[in-house]
Design a protein around this ligand. Structure first.
Ligand code: TTP
Ligand code: MG
Ligand code: MG
Length: 356
């Protein structure tokens, strides 16, 4: 029997802040991507449960949150600190796993098919894991246990906050059936709107739908959606591989000393790097350019940002600054490269159920 668990920390960034600011514990608090809630451009990264009561949510512009509830602790993000706490959490989670797959800064799937004898045993072990994280780090989490990754994730949502929930294989369909389609793991807002237009309001509606019709309407996503709605997911917990950097290189058609051409190449490559970064849910800290000259000699120059960034526009900005600072004037280039490194995951890799 397969036993899979998903561990997800509760209101993670704010929970980390509560550790070092005990005075905000239990109060409305948000971590934002900007120092200035009033008039700033930032967004809410996460909100404490006390703040969620007033409607404050991840992704909401800080200015809007500020209008809704001014009397909230607005804390600027400190990604490095959350990452440090994340590493401590994950080190504990790993010791309870047969297989471990971290999917975002605050969340990991674990395969516990060998460690646990059955569902009751799994429940007991996951309560111990939860207790250990609470006792050693002072952080709350929620854990879902089921027969596959999809169901474990769905169970964890049902366990929030601060709980453990087991959904047995024979309970899976029932557990899903009444929930709105938008709650299905990986279904984004656009897909859920489309599903509703076709009359699929609940996950149960989707589960009962004729798969042939779904494929007609949603192409290959139709089959995936149908499986997901029925609680079916064959994917394995995959041990992590490290992504250390993301880079692109361009060889110029002719060796060039034109700054315009170089800047254009940097712009195009930075865009691609930025896309890949976003798709993987990574933040970056270091930007490097590589310059190769006609004699094949090479220079690499890097700049480290003061904080990890998710602002992909910064890639090209920093790369161009490096170019202007270090490229030998008048010297021709044969090839140019852009790289971002010192990456950290900040976002879950939702399986793509979005109908593109
Ligand atoms: P989540 O696990 O999605 O949310 P959460 O831990 O804050 O709250 P919950 O109790 O519902 O699990 O995300 C983990 C962290 O990732 C979150 O604390 C902040 C960050 N994050 C963003 O920066 N932007 C976002 O849009 C979201 C959803 C999360
Ligand atoms: Mg979380
Ligand atoms: Mg999460």
């Amino acid at each position: 029997m397969r036993l899979i668990a998903l561990v997800d920390m509760d209101y993670f960034f704010v929970a980390c802040e509560e550790l070092r600011h005990p005075e905000i514990r239990g109060k409305p608090a948000v971590v934002g991507s900007d120092q200035k809630p009033e008039g700033g451009r930032g967004v809410v990264m996460t909100a404490s449960y006390a703040a969620r009561k007033f409607g404050l949510r991840s992704g909401m512009p800080l200015s809007m949150a500020y209008r809704i509830k001014k009397d909230t602790a607005y804390i600027p993000q400190d990604f490095e600190y959350y990452e440090e706490m994340s590493a401590k959490v994950m080190a504990i989670v790993k010791t309870h796993a047969d297989k471990f797959e971290q999917v975002s800064i605050d969340e990991a799937f674990i395969d516990i098919s060998k460690k646990a004898k059955d569902y009751d045993d799994a429940l007991k072990l996951m309560k111990q894991l939860k207790k250990e994280i609470r006792e050693k780090l002072g952080l709350p989490c929620s854990i879902g246990v089921s027969v596959n990754k999809l169901m474990a994730k769905m169970a964890s949502e049902g366990a929030k906050p601060d709980g453990v929930k087991v959904v047995r294989e024979d309970e899976a369909k029932e557990f899903l059936s009444k929930k709105p389609v938008g709650d299905l793991y990986g279904v984004g807002r656009k897909t859920s709107q489309m599903l509703e237009q076709f009359g699929y309001r609940t996950i149960g509606d989707l589960a009962k739908a004729n798969p042939v019709v779904l494929v007609e309407r949603f192409k290959s996503y139709g089959a995936e959606l149908h499986n997901a709605a029925n609680g079916v997911d064959e994917s394995e917990v995959q041990e992590n591989w490290e992504v250390k950097s993301i880079s692109r290189e361009r060889t110029f058609e002719r060796d060039t000393s034109e700054r315009n051409e170089m800047v254009e190449a940097i712009g195009a490559m930075s865009k691609e790097v930025g896309e890949e970064l976003k798709n993987g849910g990574f933040a970056f800290k270091v930007v490097t350019i590589k310059l190769r000259y006609p004699d094949f000699s090479e220079t690499m120059r890097s700049r480290s940002l003061s904080h990890r960034s998710v602002d992909t526009e910064e890639i090209a900005q920093v790369a161009v600054q490096l170019l202007d600072k270090y490229a030998e004037r008048e010297e021709k280039l044969r090839k140019i490269g852009v790289r971002v490194s010192n990456l950290a995951k900040y976002k879950g890799q939702k399986r793509m159920l979005e109908y593109a």
